[in-house]
Structure formats: structure tokens, C-alpha cells
Design a protein. Structure first.
Length: 207
């Protein structure tokens, strides 16, 4: 493992950012899915960007990507290093805040996959989806819906569409898949909805 501060984090491979839990589940299907996703990412020629650490589903994905020849980049806030464990795979970048962590994840990833997880995973998934809606990025956002874990999220999106808060076409910012193989395969087929907000976020030059 190489550990650096939050600079010069670019990697050689196309990287998939995975959001997931920093603890194992009592449902072994979720733990197995994390292992399978790591193997599928590496087998498909991708590397991994994740939140760092060696615990839980996060550690499982990182370990299996590394063991199967993929590059691994962990981005960890200093405050969480004791909680989530020091990364033992690939390269770790230490940052000062959660906002910096998520910005660096976006900068280094060409797509996003969410495994089952808790509040942190759900927050990351919804924020990166909102960033797509706002045209901060146009990258694939894939939800790995193991054993229907995210069915309630699908229902919530349906209610948001029915209430008029979300355009029906924009529900397709997120793609739901049932297996790690389908999730990785969905990346190359992804088309961001044309109805997203067409905003410009670059800062104009000063004159």
C-alpha cells in the first residue's frame, strides 16, 4: 500500500467508483456480491476507486480487484482511518473532508456502482445522481440491487415521478441491475437522459 495526501491521484486504468458498506452484512448474499463485483471489475479491465479501508463490503471489493490484477485507489478522510481501517490494497489518498473525498472520487471515476449499504452509501448514491441531474457529470450510475435491497428506492423514485418532483425520463439516471456481471456490463451501454438540466459549471476566465 502507498499512502499520500490528496494530490496527483490519477491512475492508469479506467476506474469504477463503488459505494458500499464498511461492514459485512448478516446476509451472506451481500458479502458474496461484493467479492463477485471486485472480480468482475478486474476481469473487465477496470480499476477501482472507493472510500478506502479494509473493512466490510468496501474491503471485499478492494481485495478482490487487487487480487485479480486491477488497480485500486482508496480515498479516505483522515478522521475515518481508525473507523474504516487503513487500506491494504493499492494506493490510498488521505483527504480532510467528506466533500473532498466525493469530489476526488468523481474526478477519478468513469462510472459509479452502488452495492447495498447504509446511510453513507445511500447519501453517496443520491448525491452522485443529483450531480448527474445537474450536469456536473454524465457518467453511468448503476445500482446493484442484490435480493431486492434497493426495491424501496425504486418505489420512492416512482412516487417522486407520480408527484411531479422527478421527470419520468430522469429516473433513468440510475440503472438497476440484479447481478455484478449485469452491473459492469451496463456501463458500456449507459445513455444519460436528455432531459437532465443542461448547466455549465466551468468558471469563466477573468478579464
Amino acid at each position: 500500500m502507498t499512502c499520500t495526501n490528496g494530490q496527483n491521484s490519477a491512475m492508469d486504468q479506467n476506474m469504477i467508483c463503488v459505494f458500499c458498506a464498511s461492514r459485512d452484512s448478516s446476509d451472506p448474499a451481500f458479502n458474496v456480491a461484493a467479492n463477485e463485483l471486485g472480480r468482475e471489475i478486474a476481469k473487465s479491465g477496470y480499476g477501482l476507486v472507493y472510500g478506502g479501508g479494509n473493512q466490510g463490503l468496501m474491503g471485499r471489493v478492494a481485495r478482490t480487484v487487487h487480487e485479480n490484477g486491477g488497480q485500486v485507489l482508496g480515498i479516505t478522510p483522515r478522521a475515518l482511518t481508525k473507523r474504516e481501517g487503513g487500506a491494504t490494497y493499492g494506493r490510498t489518498v488521505l483527504v480532510d473532508s467528506m466533500h473532498e473525498r466525493k469530489g476526488m472520487m468523481n474526478d477519478n471515476a468513469m462510472s459509479f456502482i452502488a452495492l447495498p449499504g447504509g446511510f453513507g452509501t445511500m447519501e453517496e448514491l443520491l448525491e452522485i445522481t443529483t450531480w448527474s441531474l445537474l450536469s456536473i457529470h454524465s457518467k453511468p450510475v448503476v445500482v446493484l440491487n442484490i435480493n431486492g435491497y434497493y426495491d424501496a428506492l425504486k418505489d420512492l423514485i416512482d412516487k417522486s415521478v407520480a408527484a411531479g418532483f422527478v421527470l419520468d425520463s430522469n429516473r433513468n439516471i440510475m440503472v438497476f441491475c440484479d447481478t455484478p456481471q449485469e452491473a459492469v456490463a451496463a456501463i458500456s451501454k449507459y445513455q444519460p437522459p436528455e432531459t437532465r438540466y443542461k448547466l455549465t459549471w466551468s468558471i469563466p476566465p477573468q478579464v
